[in-house]
Design a binder for this molecule. Structure first.
Ligand SMILES: [Zn+2]
Length: 272
């Protein structure tokens, strides 16, 4: 006769308590005062958790489970449902929250991160540490104003896509292999370069002509070590071109847009 109590190992598997540092990259209101949060953590990837009573005035979870809160979470998973037992704030990125344009850009980075970072179920062996570090570094640059918004956005889009398996091949011309040329054409659909000499019959609506400084920036963004990622400068004009090509590459590769990106564009009063 089967025992009514499940074997000990099965019970251990179905419930688990974990402590992890992560950043809130999405929130939704749930029931009266609860909040459903999307968290990006190095060890767990993207996960969703219920923060009970987080929207009650005076709740201990109120600030630590808001969008952009980088917190130390104590999570409890029972069967398929994860809840936030406790959370202590590491960093809140106050200057981003106080500036509408920065907040709009940060919201877009979070939405893109949630879409393209590995979930807990599909987490690779090396975790999501690279994705978390990239997002935190970009938010730090935005918070401190050390880099312009278009540059931060371009760096995040191209690097995040590369981490997600959409790395373009920017080593050289896909036809002749040359590394340097007077003019390179970048094909967002293919993620490839062709030099002007090889691409005499290229269709103008299918490629983006790249200024050498923009190509150098793109190469740096995808090939540089993480610590040196922000270690380059670009004029305002070339940054606009970089912004345009990185966004077009993201939209083409993911075949979708983001409401937060549309909102950011409206807030900046800029269209590409
Ligand atoms: Zn060529």
């Amino acid at each position: 006769m089967p025992s009514p109590v499940p074997p000990r190992r099965a019970r251990e598997r179905s419930s688990m308590r974990t402590t992890t540092d992560g950043i809130v990259i999405g929130t939704a209101n749930f029931d009266n005062c609860d909040r459903l949060v999307t968290i990006l953590s190095a060890e767990l990837g993207v996960l969703r958790a219920y923060a009970r009573g987080a929207r009650k005035p005076g709740s201990k979870l109120c600030g630590s489970t808001e969008l952009l809160s980088y917190s130390r979470f104590v999570l409890f998973t029972y069967r398929e449902r994860t809840s936030v037992d406790a959370a202590d704030v590491n960093r809140l990125f106050w200057h981003v929250r106080e500036d509408v344009e920065k907040l709009a850009l940060a919201s877009y980075l979070c939405e893109l991160s949630a879409e393209t970072s590995p979930s807990r179920e599909e987490l690779p062996g090396n975790g999501a540490g690279d994705q978390l570090r990239l997002l935190l570094n970009c938010l730090h640059m935005l918070d401190t104003g050390k880099r312009s918004s278009p540059l931060i956005k371009s760096i995040f889009e191209l690097r995040q896509l590369s981490l997600a398996g959409y790395m373009p091949d920017l080593v050289g011309c896909s036809e002749c292999g040359c590394y340097e040329s007077e003019a390179f054409h970048f094909y967002p659909v293919l993620g490839e370069l062709r030099c002007a000499a090889c691409d005499t019959d290229g269709k103008r609506d299918q490629f983006v002509p790249l200024h050498p400084a923009v190509l150098a920036a793109m190469r740096h963004i995808i090939y540089a070590e993480s610590e040196k990622l922000f270690g380059f400068s670009l004029s305002e004009t070339r940054t606009k071109e970089l912004d345009a090509v990185c966004e077009r590459y993201m939209l083409t590769q993911l075949s979708r847009t983001f409401s937060s990106l549309t909102f950011y564009r409206q807030v900046c009063g800029r269209t590409l």
